[in-house]
Every structure is written in C-alpha cells, then in structure tokens.
Design a protein around this ligand. Structure first.
Ligand code: CA
Length: 241
C-alpha cells in the first residue's frame, strides 16, 4: 500500500457545492478551485435560479454572492432559512459595509468572504466549514442511552446494571461512526472502508455483522430486540436517534 497524496485526496469525502455568482470569470475560477479540491459543483448565475436549484438539490454548502441579478443573495438566503434549509452558506460580498455583513449573518450565513479573494482562500474556508460540521456531529464523550446505560467513548466503557463492560477500540469506532452518521443508513461497505480502513469492501461483510452483534450485547437495553443499532434490511445499519 502506498501513501500517495493523490490517493489520500481521493479518499476525502466528496461534497456537493452550489456556487451562485453572476460574474462569469469569477464563477469559473471558483468552480475550478472547488473541483480541484475533489468536490462536485453546480452553478447558478442569478438569484431566482439559485433558489430553485438550492431547493431542488441537496447541497452540503452554498457559496452565495450577495449582489445578484433578480433577487439578491440575501433574499435567497432568507427564503432558504424560512423553509428550514440548514445547508451551510458562505456569502461573498464586494460590499465593505459592515451593515451588510451583519444582515448576512442575521439571515443565516455561516461565514463570508470579502471580494477580492483568491479561489484557494475560498476553498480553505469551505474546508473549515466541513471540519466544523464534523466536530458538531461528533458524539459526546459520555453517551446516555435508554435503559440507564451509559457509554464512555473516551474510556471505552459501558456502564449498566451496576457493572462496567469494556468496549474494544473497534467497537468504540463503530459506535462513533454510526452516531456521527445517524442521519443516514450506514452500509457494511461504509464500515469496512471507513472504520476498518480496508482499501476495498469486497471482503467478507460478515465481519461487520459479527461486530454489530457483539456491540448490541453491550449497549442495547434488550440485545435480542435491538432498537438503538437498527438493521435496515438489505442496506445496513442505522443509529436510532
Ligand atoms: Ca455579483
């Protein structure tokens, strides 16, 4: 196995990013820089299209210029937030006016960049947003589960029925991974690639099932009727919350 940096870059999560910018040269520069960082880009060049595309697709982040033809970036942002869209939004502004930035944050922007900037600076800001996502979704060190079961992920211990049961590091990693990705089904392949760090998931996926059974015995109130680590038939597993 090599540690070629290109291989590492390709293993980084690919994110879906919408770039809303009406200055064409800038829009293309931004798109190229983001794609170079390994993410996929959709584009919109005015406020109306931006709102439509943002609402139709599921994006991880929107780069949103404030001065746009049609409705402004601020209007787009307010409407997205009014519709409960929680996507991260990084606004671009040529306006040096502090009032505009304050309005941008009030409307729900997560970060901003003042023009002019280099596309590389922008990509660094975008990656910082994704790191923040990861931190915010990381499980707490002490998990309180139904049935008065507590899991200390730092010490790898389960406290239940007055006893302490050790977790293996692998079990701790699986549990953290399931919790971090509680908003979706986690497949056996996901676990083999991201927790076991196998290069390919074309191996015995029963390894995963056996570990899940062991983990359920430790953390489920009723291991024979699991409710926390749910089986999604034909797909994988899903954390209950
Ligand atoms: Ca503009």
């Amino acid at each position: 196995m090599t540690t070629d940096p290109n291989t590492q870059a390709s293993q980084k999560a690919t994110r879906k990013i919408l770039v809303v910018e009406d200055e064409e040269a800038l829009a293309l520069g931004i798109r190229d820089a983001i794609e170079h960082a390994g993410h996929t880009v959709s584009m919109a060049h005015d406020g109306d299209a931006a709102l439509e595309i943002a609402q139709a697709g599921s994006f991880d982040l929107i780069v949103l210029d404030l001065m746009l033809p049609g409705q402004s970036g601020l209007d787009v942002l307010r409407k997205l937030r009014a519709n409960q869209h929680t996507v991260r939004v990084l606004v671009l502004t040529a306006l040096a006016d502090e009032e505009d930035l304050i309005r941008g944050f009030e409307a729900g922007a997560d970060d901003y960049m003042k023009k002019p900037f280099s596309p590389r600076e922008l990509v660094a800001r975008i990656e910082a947003q994704f790191r923040r996502d990861k931190l915010e979704s990381a499980p707490p060190a002490m998990l309180e589960l139904p049935g008065d079961i507590k899991v200390d992920l730092a010490r790898l211990e389960v406290h239940r029925d007055g006893t302490t049961i050790p977790l293996t590091p692998r079990e701790g990693d699986i549990l953290s991974y399931l919790i971090e990705h509680h908003d979706r089904v986690v497949t056996r392949e996901d676990l083999l690639l991201d927790v076991w760090h196998y290069q390919s998931a074309n191996v015995e996926t029963r390894t995963v099932d056996i570990h899940i059974v062991g983990l359920r015995r430790k953390v489920e109130p009723e291991p024979s009727k699991p409710t926390l680590i749910q089986t999604v038939r034909g797909k994988g597993y899903r954390w209950y919350s």
